[in-house]
Design a protein around this ligand. Structure first.
Ligand code: ATP
Ligand code: MG
Length: 569
């Protein structure tokens, strides 16, 4: 490509609309432009990177025997009613009406359509297992689109769906995809972790998120400093060593805490630390109203409560429910004398002489011990924090920020049952197909790569994802000898299959150098009049400070060696 002919609208200044570095750099380097909230155009440079991610994904999916298809973006309401998601999906699902008053939606994901396809076409066990994938546009009307294409409304996803005869087949398909993802993200040059994620009602460890580690990530990865344990914040478990059961009982005293509802206010008023309080949180669940006890300085983890205790759903109770369940107002709930099932976090088991709510306005109770009330049990119910013990080896847990670029998930029979996707087994008996789904945020992957590697001058994309591998930069395009050599090297590298751009613009060298660094082209060949007099050109690697003077005859070999080195990294 000739730079002068390319559409690369770079920007000198940081755009105001961008908060995170990847968004800033993608705008500045002319990768993307915004059309509307969460909706972007990919420009030539950005698209080259996006296509490289897609290509890596295709190769690794095909290697596992997954087959590429392309499903519609616009989908009929009926299928979504069948799966139950027309109601459940909420406002992220963008609904539209056609000229015949038919309800349609823009696909945020494709379980319905793929299940419909397979239930119509696959009849026999002989046609299973089957894994289909596509790389396609999704639309999700996100509440808070932000960080450019990182959380867009319209974005590109690779989504795959597996169909198996039975559980063990489904587990095999799952592990295949897990393996493909490990390869994909390694080839993209990421520092990443595969972390356990919540499986909802499916259970088991059949949901993993692939997190690129980056300080600006929206997600938190909890991992052990010693063993291999890693999970997302929702799912992360905490190790626990219980003390001997506390025997104290009946020593508690009711105290006045006028107007003090919040943990910090009560603690300050009583002159104690928040860690000596126990909060009583009242929840509505599918099994009725319950209470959850958590140490005052920690937060309850609703995902863990739901899955450990086996609720289908739960949400914090409204004021009326709290008043009815506790006979006291919001902010003063406590476990003593409460007539609802109580579940306590493990911490509470080790506490002594603590403070709880008095179930009466302006009253708390102090010097309380666990024998003073009855609980269903002690469980791991709080949100993990750095410094907590690992659930596997008791070593210290660490918390790091991450960007979720992929998600593999065992669906089980959820969609096949709802939509009656069956096949005939060996005995001619009708069975439901066991499904899995596997997503990669293709466009987000490009942003995550930039987020993970850049410097003050611009992007340093991993070699596998760069829009161009080599930039040939003649300092003065009016100097004939420079241009002849530049074109010769350019054609030679093109023949060798290198992604090369020739910066033939009539610009000051400073401008060209800056753009080359901004875009993050890994190998730069500078051709200047003075060096050329001695038969030399300069070669510079993006991450390195110094450039190297080499004989012009050696350029091609050098570049090819560098490319090999980069590919091995
Ligand atoms: P998130 O928690 O970030 O909203 P999700 O759980 O909704 O993600 P999935 O439904 O599992 O995501 O989608 C698969 C992948 O698609 C995600 O791992 C992520 O990389 C990507 N993705 C999801 N939402 C967006 C978005 N709004 N913009 C860009 N990529 C997205
Ligand atoms: Mg989402």
């Amino acid at each position: 490509m000739l730079f002068s002919k390319m559409f690369i609208p770079t920007m000198k200044e940081d755009p105001k609309e961008a908060e995170v570095i990847s968004h800033k750099l993608m705008l500045r380097a002319g990768f993307i432009r915004r059309l509307s909230s969460g909706i972007y155009t990919w420009l030539p440079l950005g698209l080259r990177s996006l296509r490289k991610v897609e290509q890596i994904i295709r190769e690794e999916m095909n290697r596992k025997g997954a087959q590429e298809i392309l499903m519609p973006l616009v989908q009929p309401k009926e299928l979504w009613v069948e799966s139950g998601r027309w109601e459940k999906y909420g406002r992220e699902l963008l609904r539209i009406i056609d000229r015949n008053d038919r309800d349609l939606c823009l696909a945020p994901t494709h379980e319905e359509v793929v299940t419909d396809l397979v239930r119509r076409e696959v009849r026999s066990y002989k046609e299973l297992p089957l894994t289909l994938y596509q790389i396609q546009t999704k639309f999700r009307d996100e509440i808070r689109p932000r960080f450019g294409i990182m959380r867009g409304r319209e974005f590109t996803m690779k989504d795959a769906y597996s169909f198996d005869m039975d559980e063990s087949g489904a587990e095999h398909s799952y592990l295949d995809m897990y393996d493909a993802y490990m390869n994909i993200f390694a080839r993209c040059g990421f520092k990443f972790r595969a972390v356990e994620a919540d499986t909802g009602q499916i259970g088991g460890s059949f949901s993993h998120e692939f997190m690129v580690l980056a300080d600006t990530g929206e997600d938190v990865v909890i991992s052990c400093s010693n063993c291999g344990y890693a999970a997302n914040l929702e799912r992360a478990e905490i190790g626990f060593i219980g003390k001997e059961g506390m025997q104290k009982k009946g020593q508690y005293k009711r105290v006045e805490t006028p107007g003090k509802k919040k943990v910090d206010e009560v603690a300050a008023f009583l002159g104690v630390t928040p860690a000596t309080l126990v909060k009583t949180l009242i929840y509505n669940t599918d099994q009725g109203v319950i209470g959850v006890l958590v140490r005052g300085d920690r937060e309850a983890n609703e995902t863990k409560i739901r899955s450990l205790i086996g609720f289908d759903w739960l949400e914090l109770s409204d004021v009326e429910t709290i008043e009815k369940a506790t006979n006291g107002p919001l902010g003063f709930s406590g476990p003593i004398g409460l007539d609802i099932p109580l579940y306590a976090d493990n911490d509470v088991c080790n506490m002594e002489d603590f403070v709880v709510g008095g179930n009466e306005r302006d009253i708390h109770v102090k010097d309380v011990n666990v024998a003073d009330f009855s609980v269903k049990g002690f469980f791991d119910l709080k949100i993990a924090e750095e410094g907590d013990p690992c659930p596997r080896c008791q070593n210290v847990l660490m918390a790091k920020r991450g960007i979720e670029v992929g998600h593999v998930f065992k669906l089980g029979l959820k969609y096949s049952k709802a939509m009656n996707a069956t096949f005939l087994d060996k005995n001619g008996k009708e069975q439901f197909m066991v499904m899995g789904c596997y997503g990669i945020g293709v466009s987000r992957t490009v942003a995550a790569a930039i987020e993970q590697s850049h410097d003050e001058n611009g992007m340093i994309l991993p070699f596998a994802l760069v829009p161009f591998e080599v930039d040939i930069l003649p300092v003065n395009i009016a100097h004939e000898e420079s241009m002849v050599l530049a074109k010769e090297i350019y054609n030679n590298l093109l023949d060798k299959g290198i992604d090369v751009v020739l910066d033939d613009r009539d610009e000051r060298p400073g401008v060209k150098f800056k753009d080359c660094d901004l875009i993050g082209i890994p190998i730069r060949i500078t051709i200047g009049e003075r060096n050329l007099k001695d038969g030399n050109v300069e070669i510079k690697i993006r991450q390195e400070k110094e450039s190297l003077k080499i004989k012009k005859e050696e350029v091609i070999e050098r570049v090819l060696n560098y490319v090999e080195d980069f590919k091995r990294m």
